[in-house]
Design a binder for this molecule. Structure first.
Ligand SMILES: NC(=O)c1ccc[n+]([C@@H]2O[C@H](COP(=O)([O-])OP(=O)(O)OC[C@H]3O[C@@H](n4cnc5c(N)ncnc54)[C@H](O)[C@@H]3O)[C@@H](O)[C@H]2O)c1
Ligand SMILES: [Zn+2]
Ligand SMILES: [Zn+2]
Length: 383
């Protein structure tokens, strides 16, 4: 089959790889109908992780069950399904408590597994024609048959639940004011989730205009950090007040004010978002941090950053009595509920999708998405 294979920094290619097979009676093989490119893929694409050439990318996968193992109970050939980016076993201590992003058995020696991602276990990615799904009863979310809501449902693999997770970590509640850093797919989904949860005011911070425009479309208040310190901009708009809650949907590759929005040489300040959140949030607030931070970064801006060690204003955090939550999204905690919001017409996350392209055009799509040009915000690959 054809699959998107990592070649090295800033290079992917569509290559022939062996077809996946049923390896265990609990597996299914899914024929991919849509697989999305994620901002998380860009960390590998840019050579900012330990990823080695040869990885088949793709953790945001949906499709049709093509083949089933003999022990699979709840699925049949022909079923339409979407898989959480996390691979979970369903029976370990963490999966049992709902923390499927921290499964203890699918990636031995590590808490958490995923498809097509460095250090996340042996699970091949789905930017391909087919994917092997282990513990399929646990890892496949059934969808209504047909092709309705394809774009919306494809976002259930990661970014809709992950944006929602940011608001859950921050316990966003009706009537609150929230600031979301990042208007990438995850930040837009966090903004959208704040609105779904009844937040009164949501400020969305970025410096890519098309992305800020998408935030305004759904009721966010856009803040361009190239126009000045976002903390000051928001305080000015609020008569000096801060916000109740914050969400970091940027992570460690955070750009400095005034750095190019079009990729290339960006000036990076890995702790800028964390410290701005601590600055802006009101005392006793809660900060949700789905944006990725890594314990080792070959391209880190200094020795500390290379070890994932960042200076944050912990004194201020303590003085304000703040709480924070971090980590991989446990997609399975939310995906069935978010699916039902889509089906009932109460959520339409597909507003974030900017491009649907053939799998064979993956190299070009990665390049443009990485440069954040031509409105490349969220891309679906079609095998
Ligand atoms: N926790 C999880 O389970 C999980 C899942 C998916 C993605 N992620 C992470 O979430 C983050 C966002 O993912 P994405 O797909 O939206 O990525 P993305 O790279 O498309 O979006 C990030 C956005 O942040 C903006 N940005 C950069 N510096 C900024 C700053 N200083 N202030 C405000 N905005 C700034 C960028 O312009 C960009 O639009 C990534 O770190 C990704 O790895 C985490
Ligand atoms: Zn993703
Ligand atoms: Zn488990």
């Amino acid at each position: 089959m054809r699959a998107v294979v990592y070649q090295g920094p800033f290079s992917v290619a569509v290559e022939e790889v062996p077809d996946p097979e049923i390896m265990h009676p609990n597996d299914v093989i899914v024929k991919i109908t849509s697989s999305c490119i994620c901002g998380s893929d860009l960390h590998m694409y840019e050579g900012r992780t330990a990823a080695e050439p040869g990885i088949v990318f793709g953790h945001e996968n949906m499709g049709i069950v093509e083949d089933i193992g003999s022990a699979v109970k709840t699925l049949s050939v022909g079923d339409r399904v979407v898989m959480p980016f996390n691979v979970g076993c369903g029976f370990c201590k963490n999966c049992q408590r709902g923390f499927t992003g921290f499964c203890l058995t699918v990636n031995p020696g590590f808490a958490g597994g995923a498809y097509g991602y460095v250090a996340m276990g042996p699970w091949r990615g789905g930017q391909a024609e087919y994917i092997q799904v282990p513990y399929a009863d646990f890892n496949c979310l059934p969808l209504p048959s047909g092709d309705a809501f394809e774009w919306d449902f494809s976002l259930l693999a990661d970014i809709f639940p992950t944006g929602y997770h940011g608001t859950e970590l921050a316990d966003v509640s009706p009537g609150e004011s929230v600031a979301v850093w990042g208007a990438g797919p995850v930040g837009l989904m966090a903004t959208y989730s704040c609105i779904i949860r009844g937040a009164a005011e949501v400020y969305t911070i970025d410096h890519v205009q098309e992305r800020l425009d998408k935030a305004s479309e759904i009721g966010g208040i856009p803040i361009n950090f190239d126009d000045g310190d976002p903390v000051e901009q928001i305080r000015d708009m609020r008569g000096g007040d801060g916000v109740d809650k914050t969400v970091d949907a940027v992570g460690y590759q955070a750009a400095a004010q005034g750095s190019s929005a079009a990729g290339g040489e960006q000036t990076e300040i890995p702790n800028v978002v964390l410290n701005q959140m601590i600055d802006l949030i009101n005392p006793t607030g809660i900060m949700g941090i789905p944006g990725l931070y890594v314990p080792s970064d070959p391209g880190g801006v200094d020795e500390g950053a290379k070890r994932g060690s960042l200076a944050i204003n912990f004194g201020k955090l303590f003085e304000k009595g703040l709480k924070l939550g971090t980590g991989q999204c446990n997609v399975k905690q939310y995906n069935a509920y978010l699916r039902d919001l889509i089906i009932s017409g109460k959520a339409t996350p597909s507003f974030v999708v900017s491009h649907e392209v053939p799998l064979d055009d993956a190299a070009d799509a990665y390049d443009k998405f990485d440069k954040r040009i031509e409105g490349y915000t969220k891309i679906l690959l079609k095998p």
